[in-house]
Design a protein around this ligand. Sequence first.
Ligand code: MN
Length: 315
Amino acid sequence: MSGPVGSADCPVDDDPHHDAAASAVFERYTARDANVGGITVRRALPKRERRTVGAWCFVDHFGPTDVPADPEMQVGPHPHIGLQTVTWLLEGEVVHRDSLGSEQVIRPGAVNLMTAGAGVSHAEQTPPGSAVSQHGVQLWVAQPESTRHGAPEFVHLPDLPRLGFGPWQATVLVGEVAGQRSPARTDTPLVGMALDIDESGSAVVPLDPSFEHGVVVLEGTVSVGGERVEPSGLVYLGLGRSELHVSARGLTRLLVLGGEPFEEEISMWWNFVGRGHVELDEAARAWNDGSDRFGQVDSTLARIAAPPRPFKRGE
Ligand code: MN
């Protein structure tokens, strides 16, 4: 006769060879589909049960799009507050225009980092007539109280540190990995790295154990700490890991995101990260009223109006 084996059958604490990794946090969250600027994205973060990983608070994975069957990405001018947008492409190109006067084409290998602070606006689109598939991510980082009321900023970072871990290549998007630091500004202790492999192989990638970490697979199938992980969802790995064991067969691309747990309680709605609904409503009203708080974007695309915010219970 067989049956479930409970802790009474097999007390885990009695095993002197108990593997610490076996009890480490490993939580899977499924991405949900959303439509952004005409294309379908898989949103891996935020989830109801998991709002942030470090200060990372939003992960949209788009593409690869089918050219020319799928529409081009066209996201008209819209505002942000209280966050940084981090754009990273695997394929294709996107033109970014913002209220600071920036106009920047981003291609694979570079990061576009926009810091909203008290307010910025931007538009993003596939160059008209582009024959290249679009595949990438847009990530948001919540800004802490100390910087979120500050000035907006935009930087294009084409030269990021690259490291090899066995057959894997790592690009440091944000923060530091094995002593190699990205030039990206960080307002809280944070790391973001892209891991790529073309063939098959395994590697051990160092992590900062004072950070919590998550993994988002963008392409291929990878084994993370012995567990199989497929594209687009988030795997949350918790705090206290000093290394990540990754193993893949064939072309595989993933992101590792981490940071010190973000202790400030944030409110997210539409394109805003704030503290409580009052300031989110103020930002939406200011944008819809054409306030100069968000500046002007030189774009032929239509401005996107803030929709009515759904009321929260008790409001
Ligand atoms: Mn945006």
